[in-house]
Ligand binder design. Structure first.
Ligand code: MG
Length: 292
């Protein structure tokens, strides 16, 4: 388990050029709407994993901004998601028993995706939600005016977080806004979002509550009396899920760096030890790391 990089390795990383989202190249394989369709990621000619290789932080700080990777563009309904079990983790359309999944309730209203280098640990019982993680990267909605592309990576500000409970699992939804959105300069926390885009948080929560009903599934529930939480709480969720990723997938990251899969500083955010975290669960944030 790689909970701390050797100092010489940190030096080496700090000398690498910073990650630039504009240098990500997306390659489509197969046709959209088929089981074979994939969106692969590369960076300056090297294949990368959007989950493991794109740095979480766009600033080197866990205060943000962060790199958001879009899976489902706003106003669309095909349920694209990062293929966590496939090599290099391309994006594919989710399937159930060979049938491609889409939101039968209707289109997703915001750009929807994930934060790289995060993981909702299914062995970690969250003291606030009293549920365990859903075994996926942390989910993110981007509330900006522009429709993004599947696979597009952009730096975003964090505004707040909603604690969805899906089938007994914790499934956080982090509210964010692109740095280059026209409203970005006035959006810095949940209260700003409620004031500048009134109804957005409620509309997403109500959509998330009912969207699985057409699939014959029950409604989803929410933690914290169904109230979204402010930026400070969202940053804690990001730190915790990043620490879980480091504890469980840090070895994968080191192995990928060893192969020189990328030519930028993959790990530009703080190590677990720098975050005051340990991998033995002593701060209550990290359960025992599963073998990967
Ligand atoms: Mg999730």
């Amino acid at each position: 388990m790689a909970d701390r990089m050797p100092e010489e390795e940190q030096d080496e990383v700090s000398q690498l050029p910073a990650f630039e989202p504009a240098k990500v190249t997306l390659t489509e394989v197969g046709n959209p709407g088929t089981l074979q369709y994939r969106v692969h990621f590369s960076y300056e000619g090297h294949v990368i994993s959007p989950w493991h290789d794109i740095p979480l932080s766009a600033s080197g700080s866990l205060e943000g901004p962060f790199h958001f990777c879009c899976e489902i563009p706003k106003w669309t309904r095909r349920k694209f998601e990062v293929a966590t079990k496939e090599d290099d983790n391309p994006i594919k359309q989710d399937e159930k028993k060979g049938v491609l999944r889409e939101y039968k309730w209707g289109d997703m209203m915001f750009n929807y995706g994930f934060f790289p280098q995060t993981w909702e640990d299914p062995d970690h019982l969250d003291p606030d939600t009293q549920c365990r993680g859903d075994n996926d990267p942390l989910d993110v909605v981007e509330v900006g005016v522009r429709q993004m592309k599947t696979g597009e990576v952009q730096p975003v500000k964090v505004l707040g977080v909603l604690g969805m409970i899906d089938d007994g699992e914790t499934d956080w939804k982090v509210f964010t806004i692109r740095l280059d959105d026209p409203l970005a300069s006035v959006l810095n926390d949940l209260g700003d979002l409620e004031r500048e885009i009134p109804g957005a948080v409620t509309a997403l929560r109500e959509w998330l509550r009912v969207y699985k009903i057409p699939e014959g599934k029950p409604v989803n529930a929410f933690s914290h009396d169904e109230k979204a939480q402010p930026k400070a709480y969202a940053l804690k969720v990001i730190r915790d899920t990043h620490a879980s990723w480091l504890a469980s997938h840090g070895a994968i990251r080191s192995e990928r760096r060893g192969r020189r899969a990328t030519s930028f500083g993959i790990m530009s955010s703080p190590s677990m030890s720098e975050m005051g975290l340990t991998s033995n669960g002593s701060n209550g944030s990290i359960a025992a790391a599963p073998a990967q």
